[in-house]
Write a protein that binds this ligand. Structure first.
Ligand code: GLA
Length: 340
């Protein structure tokens, strides 16, 4: 032991994340506040190909322009990529990052890495889970009011069923589920509770569990369900987001269901624009439009003020959704700055 130079021990401690700087709680930096132009913030997302995340980035860029900080956008689809991205951000001089993690169980590892690299951290969209499987409520988080928004999906579907005069005997619900993700489970649980609350029979509600939370994952899951439940005249569809419902709508079309025999309502409102712009309506009836601006712009701005002025963001913020359909989407998207 006596032959090991002090510098080597210090370096090893740093690698292990035990260096002096690392024991400082993030937020209590004693260094003078950086100038706006010296602030660098990372924005890491789990599914960069999904329009929702592209919009978060677009709005985060807007915040960077307004406030004069540098933004580094990173797509990280698995845990290894996330941890490398965090190290690269630190090496590149960033002081903090916003992240939608590809796996919420990475929470403790991400927190440890951020601490070791002395980076501030805000989780967006998907809340971290601790080793005990419970939400890490001590990590700053901005997400949606998932259960409530899910309930609005269910209420909309029940209303459409009534409006179209479909009987319960002829109708079934397909809930495209992704229950390993808490915000996704809350959404579909909310939709199901609103449907049963409106009198829809619970024994005609069927779950189609997605293996992956994208359109192909939903398509495959619903295809299996449709094989198991032939002969149903009308399907009402809910899911964690637009991709889930789009996958279901494509699976229904493939089975020969005409657009006006089924109705699906998604969540995000950002990944269904092409669908609404189609000449002819499909079974994708509507979507709960979320605020990509709050999720992208506001989280990045919160991080900026935290780094620059020491203003700590709220620990838990929840955003709402509004229903868009083919009838009003152009107007609403324009109001929200998503479309010109
Ligand atoms: C999750 C979903 C996204 C989007 C966000 C909204 O991350 O995967 O599609 O719905 O939540 O917070």
């Amino acid at each position: 032991m006596k032959n090991i130079p002090f510098r080597a021990i210090a370096a090893a401690l740093l690698v292990l994340g035990l260096g002096w700087g690392c024991s400082k709680p993030s937020g209590s930096a004693s260094a003078p506040a950086p100038a706006a132009g010296d602030v660098k913030i990372g924005f890491i997302v789990k599914q960069p190909e999904e329009p929702w995340f592209g919009l978060e980035w677009k709005f985060a860029d807007q915040a960077a322009k307004e406030l004069g900080f540098a933004l580094v956008k990173i797509g990280a689809t698995d845990g290894e990529k996330v941890l490398t991205a965090i190290d690269n951000l630190a090496a590149g001089g960033a002081q903090g990052f916003v992240i939608c993690t590809p796996d919420t169980r990475l929470g403790p590892a991400i927190v440890a890495k951020a601490k070791a690299d002395n980076l501030k951290l805000i989780a967006v969209d998907d809340q971290f889970l601790g080793a005990d499987g419970k939400p890490m409520t001590d990590v700053h988080y901005l997400g949606i009011s998932a259960y409530k928004i899910g309930q609005s999906v269910g209420t909309t579907l029940a209303g459409e069923m009534k409006q179209r005069g479909w009987s319960a005997a002829d109708t079934a619900v397909c809930a495209v589920t992704f229950e390993e993700l808490a915000t996704a489970k809350e959404r579909t649980d909310g939709a199901i509770s609103a449907l049963t609350g409106a009198g829809f029979p619970a024994d005609r509600i069927f779950k189609a569990p997605q293996r992956t939370s994208d359109i192909p994952g939903a398509f495959a899951a619903v295809d299996v369900l449709l094989t198991q439940k032939p002969g149903i005249k009308h399907w009402l569809v809910c899911g964690m987001n637009d991709s889930a419902v789009l996958g279901a709508v494509r699976a229904l079309e493939q089975r020969g269901y005409a657009p006006d025999t089924c109705a699906g309502v998604g969540i995000n409102g950002t990944d269904c624009i092409v669908e609404f712009e189609k000449d002819k309506p499909t079974s994708f009836f509507g979507s709960m439009l979320l605020s990509a601006k709050q999720h992208g712009h506001d989280t990045a701005a919160m991080m900026f003020h935290w780094i620059k002025d020491g203003t700590e963001p709220p620990l838990d913020s929840r955003t709402v959704g509004v229903l868009i359909t083919r009838d009003n989407f152009r107007q609403v998207l324009k109001e929200q700055g998503i479309r010109d």
